[in-house]
Design a protein around this ligand. Structure first.
Ligand SMILES: [Fe+2]
Length: 375
């Protein structure tokens, strides 16, 4: 079964409906320092007039930590907002989702964190969070529609995921103009991460006819728009394609979760301190190839949508993703990013704990072979 909940505002000028969608005169904005510098925050604040936010929380780090969540929770306790408006990449939106949940449920991120996919019915929260309106400024995570929030432990570096259907934001605003300052390297990695959400969702043993339809459309939009978008992020049509592709991939991710690609990416990211999108970009093509025998039928429609040979779709899609990655200047080899050959086995062992939904059994040995191919 597939289930999704959307309250989507998409297109140039959609922020005109922001104040109405927020539904509260006590709004707190959660954002990152980059949005402030790029003038995006001012743009959003102007859209909120005459509502004057009761507070603005801007965090500095690349990915949110327990400390950031505590800071936002303290601001919520002091200013008592009725709605959080999250402006930024997946990190800012995840931060707002986590703080909104803790504000009404109590406890800490660890209280509700799970390390494995537990299905869309699983719900660790007992109360609805404060409403969150999500305004993504990158096209990648799909956090504006997902049921999870990823938060890191600043001491151990562990990344934990809070998961609940209640974490889905109340509304999503996709304004293509907000992507105009997105740096090419961020756009490239985030775009491939989004494509991986859709591809892995297709491979997942939880895939359904509805999720497959969305996944095919997501991959088609993302793969065809990404090269042009990286060159011209201010092009509203390309930005909109990326935003819609990323959102659709997020809906797929919600129901199908991810398979060996994200399992490996998480372990690589933790071991080599690499950004999530880069870790995913390193392995996704090889993971599609690894699953070829079990997924050619499912991937046929995607190959056709991309104008590729559908007699061996996994191979042709994997090659297309590698060509795309290379054309975007994303590194292709683990050895160039500080990973040693002796470091591969521990990464494979860590990743093997999270491959339950992979169509082909993927234990430490199989994953080590995948890693060797991208070493
Ligand atoms: Fe991802």
């Amino acid at each position: 079964m597939f289930q999704a909940r959307l309250n989507l505002y998409a297109g140039p000028g959609c922020l005109a409906w922001l104040a109405e969608a927020a539904g509260s005169s006590r709004i707190m904005v959660v954002t990152d320092a980059g949005c402030d510098r790029a003038g995006i925050l001012d743009h959003v604040l102007a859209a909120l007039l005459p509502v004057r936010p009761v507070g603005v929380c801007a965090f500095l780090a690349a990915e949110p930590t327990f400390t950031d969540v505590s800071r936002v929770c303290e601001a919520i306790a002091a200013d008592r907002p009725g709605c959080l408006v999250a402006v930024g990449g997946g990190s800012a939106i995840d931060l707002a989702k986590a703080a909104a949940a803790l504000a009404t449920n109590g406890g800490s991120v660890r209280t509700y964190a799970t390390s494995s996919y537990s299905g869309y019915r699983a719900d660790a929260l007992h109360s609805d969070p404060l409403p969150v309106v999500a305004i993504p400024t990158t096209a990648g995570t799909g956090s504006e529609v997902t049921r999870n929030a990823a938060i890191s432990d600043p001491v151990t570096g562990d990344k934990l995921a809070m998961r609940s259907p209640r974490l889905v934001p109340r509304a999503q605003f996709l304004d293509p103009g907000l992507l105009r300052t997105c740096p090419a390297s961020v756009a490239a990695q985030a775009g491939l991460d989004a494509a991986a959400h859709a591809l892995e969702g297709m491979l997942s043993t939880l895939a359904s006819p509805a999720s497959d339809e969305l996944a095919v459309d997501a991959v088609r939009r993302l793969v065809t728009a990404l090269p042009g978008f990286c060159r011209a992020p201010a092009d509203p049509d390309l930005a909109m394609q990326m935003q819609i592709g990323s959102l659709l991939a997020g809906l797929v991710l919600n129901d199908c979760a991810t398979v060996a690609g994200h399992a490996l990416a998480r372990a690589i990211g933790a071991a080599a301190k690499l950004a999530h999108g880069l870790s995913v970009a390193l392995v996704i093509a090889e993971v599609v190839r690894f699953n070829a025998a079990d997924s050619d039928r499912r991937l046929g429609n995607t190959a056709a949508a991309l104008g590729l040979d559908r007699t061996r779709p996994a191979d042709s899609i994997a090659t297309a993703i590698e060509d795309l990655r290379d054309s975007l200047g994303i590194p292709a080899r683990l050895r160039d990013l500080g990973v040693t050959r002796s470091g591969l086995a521990p990464i494979a062992a860590a990743a093997a704990q999270f491959t339950a939904l992979n169509p082909r059994p993927a234990g430490p040995e199989e994953l080590l072979a995948v890693l060797e191919n991208v070493f």
